[in-house]
Design a protein around this ligand. Structure first.
Ligand code: SF4
Length: 81
């Protein structure tokens, strides 16, 4: 099943939605997040992550792992209430 890419930036999150966010100041471009979660994160030409979408429910666990492995704590999951 293909992952549906949903636009998420620029609007508040609805209840139950989760968005992956990158702190571009903290990020050192190690790229481990993109290796773990290529469905949602790609790297730009300099190795910095581009996050494309809301986190689908079936990728929530992998997204949490991506947050946990970031060596500089630059990834964050934000959920709507
Ligand atoms: S794992 Fe962290 S430091 Fe590495 S590219 Fe992803 S957000 Fe940046």
């Amino acid at each position: 099943m293909a992952t549906q890419i949903l636009p998420a930036h620029g609007r508040p999150l609805a209840r139950g939605e989760t968005r992956l966010e990158v702190d571009r100041i903290l990020c050192d471009g190690y790229g481990m997040c993109a290796e773990l979660l290529p469905e949602l994160i790609e790297l730009d030409d300099w190795g910095y992550p581009i996050v494309h979408s809301l986190v689908p429910r079936h990728l929530a666990g992998v997204a949490r792992r991506a947050v946990d492995v970031c060596p500089v704590l630059a990834l964050k999951l934000r959920s709507g209430r």
